[in-house]
Design a protein around this ligand. Structure first.
Ligand SMILES: Cc1cc2nc3c(=O)[nH]c(=O)nc-3n(C[C@H](O)[C@H](O)[C@H](O)COP(=O)(O)OP(=O)(O)OC[C@H]3O[C@@H](n4cnc5c(N)ncnc54)[C@H](O)[C@@H]3O)c2cc1C
Length: 521
C-alpha cells in the first residue's frame, strides 16, 4: 500500500515533466508555423503560485474526517487541492497554465481501504459535502469538476494492491487505485497481462478504467476494459454492492453494467475483478498502406468481421497519415494502417491477416512503421505539451458508429470542426477500436489558440458534438460523459432513460453527494 500522505498525481499544467518532455520535430514546427497563427503563450504559472481559494470546509467535518482516516490522510494544502481540481483535457491544462483553479476540492482524502471509503460516504452524506472519486486524474471530459459549492476529492491511490489471483480461472482482483503500470507489473509477476493499454496508461487507474468504460490501444485483441470486468465492489452511501460472481449469469439484469461507466455518480468502486491472459510470448507490429481511407476502412472491417483479428488495429485517415509522415521523409500518400499481433505463436495470424489486407488493396510497408508506432505509442500527450508550448492549441475527441455510418460520421465531424475554426485547423482522424458492427473514430484538432482559446474550443467542440449526434453516432466511445458531454448524452438516451438514471442515483445517493453535475443529466 502507498503509505505517503501526499498522493502521487499527474503533472501540473502538462502531461509530462520538463525532464521527459518531447520536442516537436523541426519539420512539424515549420509546417505548423506556415499554416497556423501560433501565439507564443505566456510563461506557465507554477503550482506554488496558483490561485487556490482558502479551504472553507466546516471544521467539525474536517475533524471527523481526520479521526476516520488519520490526520495525515486528509490533505488541505493548496498544492494537493489544486492537483485534484480537474483532469487533463487541454482546457484543464490551459487553466492550470494560467494559474487558475476555480473550484478545487476543499480537502483531498486518501482512504486506506473499502471500510474507510464507506466511512467517508456516510460522513459526507450527513454533512451534505459532495464527493468526487479521484483515480489517476486523467479525465478529459470534466469528470472531476462537479457542480457542488463544496466538495472533497477521494484519492484512491492507497488502494493499490492485488487482492487475489485465480490462475486457473485467469482472473485477478485488483484494488481500484492501482495505476496501470503497477497493475501490469504485479500481474506480470504471475505470468499474466490485462492487455489494457490506453494512451493514459502511465497515470490512469483500474477504478478509473471501470468508472469510464475505457478502451485501450490493444482492444482489437484484448477487448475494452468493460469486456474484461468480471466483478466489482462498490461503496455507496446506502452500503456496499458486489456485482458479478461468475463467468456468465442469467440471474437477472447484469448489475455490473450499472456501475461500469457510472463515473463516480453512483458509488466509489474499490476493487475490480478482471479477466487476465498469459503474457504474450511474441509480438509483431507492421505497417500497411491503402490508397484511401475508404479502402482502408473496407479492409479493417473485413478483419473485424471475418478475422483473423490482430491485437492492435489502427487506420489513419489521409491527413493523419500525411502529418505522421512529416519528418520521416516518407510521402507515399494514402492512408497508413498499423497491425499489431501478440500471443503465443503469432505468425499464422500475421500471414492470414496479411492475405486479407493485400486482397483489399493494402501494400505492405514492413515492420519498421509498426516498430516505430510501438516505440512512440505513449508520445502524443507529451507532444500536446510541446504544441501548447509552441503556441498552438491541440485537443482530441472521439465517437463510434456502425460501419454503414462511419464514413459519413468521419466527414461530417471533420467538416463541422473546420467550419467552426474558419481561420485554419488541422483535423486528423483514425480508427483504433473495431467491432463486428462498427468502429470508433478519434479526431485530433490542432489550431491557432486565438485570443480566447477556451471559448474557441467550446464552440468547436459543441459543433463536433452536434455533428456526432446528427450523424447517429455516440457522444463517446471511451472518454465518457463527464460534465462536458452531459447534454448530448441526455439527448442520446432520451427522457425515460434520464429519469431512470436519476431514480437509481436518488436511491443509492439520497443526499446527492456523489459527483453532482457529472454524467446524470
Ligand atoms: C493524454 C490522455 C490520453 C488518454 N487516452 C485514453 C485512451 O487511450 N483510452 C481511454 O479509454 N481513455 C483515455 N483517456 C481518458 C482517461 O485516461 C480515461 O477516462 C481513464 O479511464 C480515466 O482513469 P483515471 O484513473 O485517470 O480516472 P479519473 O480521471 O481520476 O476519473 C475519471 C472519472 O471516473 C471517476 N472515478 C475514478 N475512479 C473511480 C472509482 N474508483 N470509483 C468511482 N468513480 C471513479 C471520477 O470521479 C471521474 O468522474 C486519456 C486521457 C488523457 C489525458
Amino acid at each position: 500500500m502507498n503509505m505517503g500522505g501526499e498522493a502521487p498525481t499527474v503533472g501540473w499544467a502538462r502531461w509530462g515533466t520538463t525532464r521527459n518532455a518531447k520536442a516537436l520535430p523541426d519539420t512539424a514546427s515549420t509546417l505548423l508555423a506556415r499554416i497556423l497563427d501560433l501565439t507564443p503563450p505566456p510563461q506557465a504559472v507554477p503550482l506554488a503560485e496558483a490561485a487556490v481559494p482558502d479551504c472553507e470546509l466546516d471544521s467539525a467535518v474536517l475533524d471527523a474526517l481526520r479521526r476516520a482516516l488519520g490526520a495525515e490522510h486528509v490533505l488541505t494544502t493548496p498544492a494537493a487541492r489544486a492537483r485534484h481540481a480537474s483532469g487533463m483535457s487541454t482546457p484543464d491544462l490551459l487553466r492550470h497554465r494560467q494559474g487558475r483553479v476555480p473550484a478545487p476540492p476543499q480537502a483531498v482524502l486518501c482512504p486506506a481501504d473499502h471500510a474507510e471509503v464507506v466511512s467517508i460516504l456516510n460522513l459526507c452524506s450527513r454533512s451534505g459535502v459532495a464527493v468526487v472519486p479521484f483515480g489517476g486524474g486523467t479525465s478529459v471530459v470534466g469528470g472531476l469538476t462537479p457542480t457542488a459549492a463544496h466538495h472533497v476529492a477521494v484519492d484512491l491511490s492507497r488502494l493499490d494492491d492485488v487482492v487475489a489471483i485465480d490462475p486457473l480461472s485467469r482472473t485477478a482482483t485488483l484494488q481500484a487505485g492501482l495505476r496501470a503500470p503497477r497493475a501490469a507489473e504485479l500481474l506480470a509477476e504471475h505470468g499474466f497481462t490485462l492487455g489494457h493499454v490506453p494512451q493514459s496508461f502511465e497515470y490512469a487507474t483500474i477504478g478509473g478504467f471501470a468508472a469510464t468504460r475505457s478502451s485501450g490501444q490493444a482492444s482489437a485483441g484484448y477487448g475494452r476494459f468493460d469486456d474484461m470486468v468480471m466483478a466489482l465492489t462498490i461503496a455507496t452511501p446506502r452500503g456496499t454492492v458486489r456485482a458479478g460472481r461468475a463467468p456468465a449469469s442469467a440471474a437477472g439484469p447484469d448489475l455490473r453494467q450499472l456501475f461500469l461507466g457510472s463515473e463516480g455518480t453512483l458509488g466509489v468502486i474499490t476493487d475490480v475483478t478482471v479477466r487476465v491472459r498469459p503474457l504474450p510470448a511474441e509480438s509483431h507490429y507492421e505497417g500497411w498502406r491503402f490508397g484511401s481511407f475508404a479502402d482502408g476502412l473496407h479492409a479493417v472491417r473485413r478483419l473485424a468481421q471475418d478475422g483473423p483479428r490482430p491485437t492492435v488495429l489502427r487506420l489513419s485517415d489521409e491527413v493523419e497519415t500525411a502529418i505522421g509522415a512529416t519528418g520521416s521523409g516518407r510521402s507515399d500518400g494514402g492512408c497508413q494502417l498499423i497491425a499489431g499481433y501478440e500471443g503465443a505463436d503469432v505468425r499464422p495470424t500475421v500471414d492470414a491477416a496479411a492475405g486479407v489486407l493485400a486482397a483489399h488493396g493494402g501494400v505492405p510497408l514492413g515492420e519498421e512503421p509498426g516498430r516505430q508506432w510501438a516505440r512512440h505509442r505513449f508520445d502524443s500527450p507529451y507532444l500536446r505539451d510541446a504544441l501548447l508550448d509552441a503556441g498552438a492549441f491541440a485537443e482530441t475527441l472521439e465517437t463510434a458508429a456502425y460501419w454503414s455510418a462511419l464514413p459519413a460520421v468521419h466527414d461530417r465531424v471533420r467538416q463541422a470542426i473546420i467550419d467552426a475554426l474558419p481561420d485554419g485547423a488541422l483535423v486528423l482522424a483514425h480508427v483504433s477500436h473495431v467491432y463486428e458492427t462498427g468502429a470508433s473514430l478519434y479526431f485530433t484538432v490542432i489550431c491557432s489558440p486565438g485570443p480566447d482559446p477556451l471559448d474557441r474550443w467550446r464552440r468547436a467542440k459543441a459543433a463536433a458534438s452536434d455533428a456526432i449526434a446528427a450523424a447517429g453516432a455516440t457522444i463517446s466511445h471511451h472518454h465518457g460523459v463527464g460534465a462536458d458531454h452531459r447534454s448530448w448524452y441526455a439527448a442520446e438516451i432520451g427522457d425515460v432513460a434520464v429519469d431512470l438514471l436519476r431514480a437509481v442515483k436518488q436511491h443509492l445517493d439520497p443526499a446527492g453527494i456523489l459527483n453532482p453535475g457529472i454524467l446524470v443529466p
